[in-house]
Ligand binder design. Structure first.
Ligand code: NAD
Length: 297
């Protein structure tokens, strides 16, 4: 194993996908999380994704599964970021979590290392201000599932340097990704719109204006969207949606971002979507994603 030159912090829904893309593109990577059980789960998920991709012929002439997996070190040890030139942070969407992580990364990473935040709505300028390298901090909002989504929303903070943007674009190019650069504003473009849409769809389900399946079907069949808002919520993770809405609510001080009570109840009940096996739909063995398996009343 060579020394990791890139690091992915957080091995949840997004970190798994980002680490997989980096490794598939030949980058030596360390994937860091807080405990071994999460890292074991991440290793298995990446292995499964790579096997499935190989089976479906995705990735063309890409390296065998073992070779790609061999480029990722799964670790709880932050010391492994010491030789990295690029870090993509994907930790839980909570300010206190990210604040601690950026302090740690700033203290350990080489001075010219770039810190890219894959946050859903946080201000890049605010994250940058935690560090002593604000010019090297940028937003890189990957879409889910990362290996399948071609385009990344790149967010340039007040202090983000031109070189940081250029190096970020080079890294994304190496992953085969395109990008759209936007200014720094809570939720950026994507989630300022998407989070409100999902919240309103949840509210519609709560009011029983239509069933969960009908709400999603309207977006798929009438608008031609690939997925409805409630399926999308399950894919993202209801806990992440709730944290994002709370963040937007605080940032804009606007009641329109108040999370739907049903969303809050579901998160409290551990119905987080795909990641927990149940959300608006049931993803457990005998009901995998089955439309019609409404999980709330
Ligand atoms: P997740 O809850 O699935 O995973 C977060 C991971 O961070 C967990 O494994 C957790 O253990 C880990 N973590 C927490 N504290 C840590 C620390 N101090 N050091 C290392 N790891 C730590 O969340 P996710 O859906 O992967 O989201 C990660 C980030 O990406 C969030 O900021 C989220 O808003 C953003 N995001 C999510 C999506 C999505 O569709 N889920 C899309 C784009 C961006």
């Amino acid at each position: 194993m060579n020394t990791p030159t890139t690091a992915v912090i957080g091995a949840g829904v997004m970190g798994i996908g980002v680490a997989q893309c980096l490794a598939q593109s030949g980058h030596q990577t360390v994937l860091i999380d807080v405990d071994e059980a999460i890292l074991d789960k991440a290793r298995n998920a990446i292995k499964q994704n790579l096997r499935l991709g190989a089976l479906l012929g995705a990735g063309g002439s890409r390296s065998p599964v073992s070779e790609v997996l061999g480029r990722i070190v799964f670790s709880t040890d932050y010391q492994l970021v010491r030789d990295t030139s690029f870090v993509i942070e994907n930790t839980t969407e909570r300010w206190n979590v990210k604040e601690e992580v950026y302090r740690k990364l700033d203290a350990l990473c080489p001075a010219d290392c770039i810190l890219a935040a894959n946050t859903s709505q946080m201000s890049i300028a605010r994250l940058a201000a935690i560090t002593n390298r604000p010019a090297n901090v940028i937003g890189m909002h990957f879409m889910n599932p990362v290996p399948m989504k071609k385009t990344v929303e790149v967010i340039v903070g007040e202090a983000t340097g031109a070189q940081t943007l250029e190096r970020s674009q080079q890294l994304l190019s190496s992953l085969g990704k395109d990008w759209i650069v936007v200014k720094d504003s809570p939720g950026f473009v994507s989630n300022r719109v998407l989070m409100l849409t999902i919240n309103e769809a949840i509210q519609l389900a709560q009011e029983d204006v239509a069933s969960v399946e009908q709400i999603d079907k309207i977006f798929r069949d009438c608008f031609g969207h690939k997925m409805g808002p409630l399926e999308t919520a399950d894919l993202i993770g209801l806990d992440t949606i709730l944290l994002s809405l709370e963040g937007l609510h605080e940032a804009f001080a606007n009641a329109k971002y108040t999370p739907s009570p049903l969303l809050q109840q579901m998160v409290t009940a551990g119905l987080l979507g795909r990641k927990s096996g149940r959300g608006f739909y049931n993803y457990n063995a005998n009901g995998a994603g089955a439309v019609g398996s409404k999980t709330h009343d």
